[in-house]
Write a protein that binds this ligand. Sequence first.
Ligand code: FPP
Length: 235
Amino acid sequence: MAAYGGETHERIPAHVAIIMDGNGRWAKKRLLPRSAGHRAGVKRMVKLAEHAFDSGVKVLTLYALSVENLHRPQEELQGLFSLIREYFSGDTEKIAARGVALRVIGEIGLLPEDVARLIEEGIKKGGDGSGGTLVFAIAYGARQEIVRAVNRAVAAGKEVTEAQFCEFLDTAGLPDPDLLIRTGRERRLSNFLLFQSAYTEFYFSDKLFPDFSNRDLDAAFASYAARERRFGRIK
Ligand code: FPP
């Protein structure tokens, strides 16, 4: 407990969410196509996920594709879809073998049919959850998620409490993120987990995502551990 000096919470955040930004700029700096940046991003993502669960993280949520990203040029989108196809067709095996359950949030119905199907099949091949839960936000937008949840509550025909409302969100059953990391120098949420991040701690890194190393993740954990979370109360 004492290693990072955290007093008011566990030193390793139980739920970490990451906005994996900067793949395009990483590629541009190397005069490579943007798709090369996304491929490097996936490689880094796989390593970071292993490191996070090894460190004691219970839930890791990764922003893989926003609903707004779906308006990017077809060439880039097709590259991203290919990476998603590859990943969910087999690359999930290693993490699943560690007992990590897989889950997706977002509107995968907006994706090409075969991509959505591969994601659904890949998710089913996840672990039993004993090693944690890896959540992919794909075709995800927080405002859209909140509107979906409101409509589900309306369809249920009753007023809901805050706790009941959470059960209508895509993230039903998951704890709120303790730490949200954004790489790539930007300091914004970009329609990610708006409802769930009410009391989340934020960590911004100037590193472009493919350069965000396991040690950088440790630095984010150390920063988190040094903070005092009060949830609007006083000590
Ligand atoms: C933002 O960088 C990144 C994305 C839009 C995609 C992130 C996706 C992955 C790392 C892979 C997801 C794949 C799987 C298998 C789930 P950017 O393109 O906006 O970078 P830029 O700001 O430098 O242009």
